[in-house]
Design a protein. Structure first.
Length: 112
């Protein structure tokens, strides 16, 4: 189960698929970042350099696949989202927020 609360904190059941849609406002208007790179990063905390999950994409949706979390420990971590434009300028559009990986009962689910 995926839950994103009103403060942008994320709870995800380990091993689940999550599709997150990003929208960005700039000066009150929608910002077109279709030609920019977007980087979603999860770490254990904000001071470590060790990356737990990192996805770089273009467009408005990021997919966290079951394989991205299936071998991780249940844990409270931090994530942020940055946009990197064509001039290599970096803008953090979601500052560090909670990324909570919650428990599951079924392991190694496959479609037969």
């Amino acid at each position: 189960m995926l839950v994103v609360d009103e403060n942008n904190n994320i709870k995800l059941t380990r091993g689940d698929t999550a599709i997150l849609t990003l929208s960005v406002k700039r000066n009150g208007s929608d910002y077109d970042f279709s030609s920019d790179l977007v980087q979603f990063t999860v770490k254990r905390n904000t001071v470590t350099e060790d990356i737990v999950i990192q996805k770089t994409f273009s467009g408005t949706s990021i997919t966290i696949d079951p394989s991205d979390t299936k071998n991780l420990q249940y844990n409270d971590m931090k994530y942020d989202v940055q946009i990197i434009n064509n001039s290599n300028e970096v803008y953090t559009v979601i500052t560090p927020h909670d990324f909570i990986l919650t428990e599951e009962v079924n392991f190694n689910v496959t479609r037969t």
